[in-house]
Design a protein around this ligand. Structure first.
Ligand SMILES: [Zn+2]
Length: 382
């Protein structure tokens, strides 16, 4: 199949008025491709064509919590609220109905691959049926037992710790050990709030609360949440560090050195009022970046395009090609999916004002005719 589109993003360059031969990813003028591949079926589309998007971090089973949590009150009040809401009974039908709606929005906005965090695996079947690949992360809290997970489908089931304050150091080590043997991705929420920062210093509301309920025993000493994980030696190329809002220069060096991935969930950070990651500093290294929507408990909708546009709006100095790279190949790398241009995604630019602005900005800042991607200081290709 040859796709002829106004814009094509190939993981590096935004091509204007070109066509792509999907089988091998070759990009040239339609005229030339027709000549080389006369048998190929031709699809003419407007707008932007990209590989299928990768939503690296979400919690589909929490979709019924949409609109139930207060905005902008800070992380700790949000956490207390969600713990209380999750204890409320909900019928399986309602949970699945809301999950289906969330999945439909994700697919409509171009998501083909998913990194879904789950406690109950109640939406596993829906996820398998609707996404081409990715991973399902079974979230482990301070439990003593990690269940044996049978790998049945195209989505690996990966036990993953929720966060450093909810999973003991011993359990973190056990989970990491499993991942090393399985060579699968591991996802953990990290440095989402300043409270987590205080937690590793053994102070603050979160530390006091967990100590009162008898959850805490010995914590390894550390200056930051990332350094806490580093001290336990559990950051590697398969680790996805979700949020990374409150990270230091030293943390960024560790993440870079360990070849771990960061999952940005900026609209969720905005909803909670947690702050935003230090993008300018993060971009100085060569850290793999990916994008997630997080759940409907901390974002208004599952529209992945809105998530991408939010990154651009919040950090307009970032070349839009990077943001598109993070939304596709960055996500594939984080979830250990072989990079490829499959499940092409068509985004109607005309009817999508912020995206049009993003693309226009891109050509203005880096005219495609004169800027070869390899000359760019932040070339997103490895
Ligand atoms: Zn999350």
């Amino acid at each position: 199949m040859i796709i002829n589109c106004k814009w094509i993003f190939d993981g590096n360059t935004l091509h204007k008025d070109k066509a792509i031969f999907i089988k091998n990813g070759e990009i040239a003028s339609l005229h030339l491709l027709k000549k080389f591949y006369p048998e190929a079926h031709i699809v003419d589309r407007d707008g932007l064509c990209t590989p299928g998007f990768v939503n690296v971090h979400t919690h589909i089973e929490l979709s019924h919590l949409k609109g139930k949590l207060p905005k902008g009150k800070g992380f700790f009040p949000w956490l207390k609220n969600i713990i209380a809401l999750r204890k409320m009974p909900i019928s399986n039908k309602r949970r699945l109905d809301e999950a289906k709606k969330a999945i439909n929005t994700l697919k409509k906005s171009g998501v083909a691959y998913i990194g879904d965090v789950s406690n109950t695996l109640s939406c596993m079947k829906l996820i398998e049926e609707n996404f081409k690949g990715g991973a399902v992360f079974l979230e482990i809290y301070g439990k003593k037992h990690i269940p044996h997970l049978e790998q049945k489908t195209h989505l690996p089931l990966c036990p993953s710790p929720h966060a450093i304050y909810s999973t003991s150091p011993e359990m973190l080590l056990k989970i990491f050990d499993i991942h090393q043997k399985m060579n699968t991705p591991l996802s953990i929420h990290v440095a989402e709030s300043t409270e987590e920062y205080r937690f590793v210093k053994k102070e603050g509301k979160m530390y006091d609360f967990l100590k009162t309920i008898g959850f805490l025993k010995e914590l390894p000493p550390a200056k930051t949440p990332v350094q806490y994980l580093e001290r336990l030696n559990i950051i590697d190329k398969n680790t996805i560090l979700v949020h990374c809002v409150h990270i230091t220069d030293e943390d960024i060096d560790i993440i870079d050195r360990r070849n771990a991935s960061i999952a940005l969930c900026l609209r969720s950070n905005d909803f909670i009022g947690a702050g935003f990651p230090p993008m300018e500093k993060i971009l100085k290294g060569s850290i793999n970046i990916s994008i997630g929507t997080d759940s409907l408990a901390s974002v208004d909708d599952m529209d992945f395009l809105k998530e991408i546009q939010f990154v651009f709006k919040k950090f307009p100095f970032i070349d839009p090609r990077f943001i598109l790279y993070w939304a596709t190949y960055g996500g594939m790398k984080a979830l250990k999916i072989n990079p490829h241009f499959s499940y092409p995604n068509f985004i109607p630019v005309e009817s999508n004002e912020p995206l049009e602005e993003m693309l226009t900005e891109s050509t203005e800042v880096y005219p495609l005719s004169s800027t070869s991607p390899e000359n760019h200081p932040q070339n997103p290709l490895p």
